[in-house]
Design a protein around this ligand. Structure first.
Ligand SMILES: C[S@@+](CC[C@H](N)C(=O)[O-])C[C@H]1O[C@@H](n2cnc3c(N)ncnc32)[C@H](O)[C@@H]1O
Length: 357
């Protein structure tokens, strides 16, 4: 490895590799990847500008001319053209003639995911938080995300109904893909009563109802969050898992995108609570984006690593680490399930052993 890196890091080797027919392809690919790493932030900001200016919905299914887009967004035409060209380079838009654009494949895909535009918009805050990554890592900044997701600091943190509504709205809209992936991976046959702990506005339980209509669905979340649940088919329990006992009488419980918000001590206490609340043989389901452990991945380790850093709490965990924490809480039959899009979520199930008291 040391030899490999020393060789690759040599300028002479780089210029030889790019002209040698045997190594040219790899050298070009690596150079392009480095270029993308350097430019990644610009790409993200291009996307953010498109979303903030509603370019995708302005263009819709048709085409739009630069002058028209410039007038409707109050951006000078020359700059609008720059943005459209940048967006076209990223497959967000496509050229449809001189100074005219239609949606590109990625722009169309973004329109097809409900709530994704809101998710992208809230990244403006995250980007500000990571603008000085070293200061963030040293703890010298006051990240905005820590204020945006105040519930992680406990029940008392949420006092403003509008704050609860904003983050619940984001969670609900981003839940569609997570539910899809989770429900594709798990089998709920035999489950009679499911408690979704930290269930937000009930989007996951709604999806459970569609795929598993026989399952009785219960939701537990903070008082300000459950106040936004409008589904009469759900039984709602309000409380904080930090201070209140979890409701009993369920044979399964789920934690969807809950654990990565919290430190190990909170997670240990919560898993122990879930274990105690379940009957012997009861199932627990954990679904959230996961880090890669020995094989670091972009979504878990890079994106959520920094996201939770900016939240100033929580961390992404690998499936192996989740398994350790589940075993520590007394769970057995731990299974790491495969999902088609692990960058959206990873899924683990386990059971309270039949013999445990
Ligand atoms: C990241 S959101 C996930 C919501 C939902 N499970 C989803 O995937 O869309 C985390 C959820 O945990 C809830 N939560 C955080 N701390 C809590 C606590 N102490 N007691 C109960 N729920 C809590 C939040 O209110 C929020 O709804």
């Amino acid at each position: 490895m040391r030899w490999r890196n020393r060789t690759i890091a040599s300028a002479d080797f780089q210029s030889w590799a790019i002209s040698n027919p045997l190594t040219r392809r790899i050298a070009r690919r690596d150079a392009a990847r480095v270029y993308d790493l350097v430019s990644g932030f610009v790409y993200s900001q291009t996307l953010l500008a498109c979303v903030q200016l509603d370019l995708f919905s302005r263009i819709g299914e048709g085409t739009a001319e630069i002058g028209q887009l410039a007038r409707s967004t109050d951006i000078p035409p020359e700059r609008m053209e720059r943005l459209c060209q940048a967006a076209a380079a990223l497959d967000l838009l496509e050229r449809a003639g001189t100074r005219r654009y239609r949606l590109g494949r990625l722009g169309a895909a973004i329109c097809g995911v409900p709530g994704l535009d809101d998710m992208i918009r809230h990244h403006a805050m995250f980007y500000r938080d990571i603008a000085d990554p070293v200061a963030l890592m040293r703890g010298e900044t006051a990240p905005e995300l820590a204020q945006f997701w105040p519930y992680v600091f406990g029940q008392s943190g949420v006092t403003d109904q509008s704050v609860a509504q904003t983050y619940s709205g984001l969670m609900t809209s981003s839940q569609t893909l997570v539910s899809e992936e989770t429900l594709r991976a798990i089998d709920l046959s035999g489950v009679q009563r499911l408690l979704d702990v930290g269930g937000g506005t009930g989007a996951f339980l709604k999806a459970v109802g569609q795929s598993w209509p026989g399952v009785e669905r219960h939701l537990f979340d903070l008082p300000h969050v459950v106040a936004t649940v409008g589904d009469p088919d759900l039984t709602v329990h309000s409380g904080s898992f930090r201070d209140d006992p979890l409701p009993r009488g369920h044979d399964a419980c789920s934690l969807i995108r809950v654990l990565y918000d919290h430190d190990d001590d909170t997670v240990r206490a919560l898993l122990a609570q879930c274990h105690d609340a379940l009957p012997p043989g009861g199932r627990i389901l954990v679904s959230e984006p996961m880090a890669g452990g020995e094989h670091p991945n972009k979504a878990g380790d890079a994106y959520f690593g920094f996201y939770t850093l900016a939240m100033t709490t929580g961390r992404p965990r690998s499936a192996a680490r989740h398994s350790e924490l589940l075993a520590e809480a007394g769970f057995a039959s731990i299974e790491i399930l495969r999902t088609a899009r692990p960058f959206i979520t990873g899924v683990i199930t386990a059971r309270r052993p039949k013999a445990s008291i």
